[in-house]
Design a protein around this ligand. Structure first.
Ligand code: DAH
Length: 337
């Protein structure tokens, strides 16, 4: 009798199948009404008393083993079946959401591309800048009131976060020989309260062109080309006299309002124009400060705020949107490049 139990234990242990019908057949063969284990149990009463204990233990273990085995194989087989069920290799893949470039990157890339097309390279400078490159070389002498035009974050008395990308002009002129034709995009910092129209961190693009015989007419034509490429063929520009220490003469540039086509509306405050940048002929003092002979070379510079251009282009009315990373805002720029 015990030998029979042992034989069945080996049969159960040796059984393996991933076919549900086979497993069921095995269950019936072992545990069914007429199964081998059931038959053994029926024999129990015929076992001599002194063997009952050992036999009972053996047969219980066998039964437990058989049930576990059947359940385990069944579970495996069902798992496999459900993994394969409905597998359709021709089904379209699940969609995954594409990100969008930040609108400031979109506009910066567009500005770069517009100037690349007329031969401007891209250059960069440090965000932590010394007094010379941010102020002194640009004709802001120490104690000059024009330094107050830009509220500065100082790190040390002579070191500050740059207040404008004009500092890159100086670095370029110090290290390159004319002709120079470059734009410098980057972050700038000013100690200003944050509002819909101002932020303590924002972005500018600086432009610089130095060569022999560069004139104000070249500047105007370059800016007109830029405005038309950026805002559309019908765009007009207007230059108003202004003051910057590093340019002489200096001007502020307006573009015709996109909303009313220059007729006047509440966005342009009924002037028909919106200011987009500062510009001018590089002051001879600045050329000399940077080691360029002002009797041979002349040039122009301009500087614009990327946020401002983006606000005009996409009619965004609050500067803070650019810095809050609200997906509802950012998702709207998916089609831009
Ligand atoms: N740096 C000036 C600013 O941040 C902008 C500017 C004006 C840059 C005139 C220029 C320029 O290069 O010629 O307000």
């Amino acid at each position: 009798m015990l030998a029979k139990v042992e034989e069945l234990v080996q049969e159960v242990e040796g059984f393996n199948s991933s076919n549900l019908d086979e497993i069921e057949a095995f269950r019936i063969k072992m545990l069914g009404k007429k199964g081998a284990i059931t038959a053994l149990l029926a024999e129990f009463r015929n076992v001599p008393v002194e063997q009952k204990k050992e036999f009972g233990k053996g047969i219980n273990q066998l039964k437990k083993l058989a049930i576990e085995k059947v359940n385990q194989l069944k579970e495996q087989a069902e798992d496999e079946a459900s993994n394969n069920k409905g597998l359709d290799l021709s089904m379209p893949a699940e969609e995954f959401e594409l990100g969008a470039r930040h609108p400031l990157s979109v506009v910066r890339n567009e500005i770069i591309s517009i100037f690349n097309r007329i031969g401007y390279s891209v250059s960069e400078g440090p965000e932590i800048e010394d007094d010379w490159h941010n102020f002194t070389a640009l004709n802001f002498p120490k104690e000059h009131p024009a330094r107050d035009m830009q509220d500065t974050f100082f790190i040390e008395p002579e070191i500050a976060l740059r207040t404008h990308t004009s500092s890159v002009q100086v670095r370029i002129m110090e290290s390159q020989k004319p002709p120079i034709r470059t734009i410098s995009p980057g972050r700038v910092f000013r100690n200003e309260a944050i509002s819909a129209r101002a932020h303590c961190i924002f972005h500018q693009v600086e432009g610089l062109y130095i060569d022999k015989d560069v004139s104000f007419a070249d500047l105007k034509q370059t800016l007109l080309y830029f405005a038309k490429e950026m805002f559309g063929e019908k765009t007009k520009i207007r230059l108003r006299p202004s003051y910057f220490p590093f340019t002489e003469p200096s001007a502020e540039v307006d573009v015709s309002c996109q909303l009313c086509n220059g007729k006047g509306c509440n966005v342009c405050k009924y002037t028909g124009f919106l200011e987009i940048m500062g510009c001018g002929m590089v002051d001879p003092n600045v050329l000399e400060n940077c080691g360029i002979d002002s009797s041979v070379y002349s040039g122009f510079a301009f500087g614009m705020g990327i946020e401002r251009i983006a606000m005009l282009k996409y009619q965004i009315n609050d500067l803070r949107h650019f810095f809050e990373n609200d997906l509802r805002f950012l998702k709207q720029f998916k089609t831009a490049y």
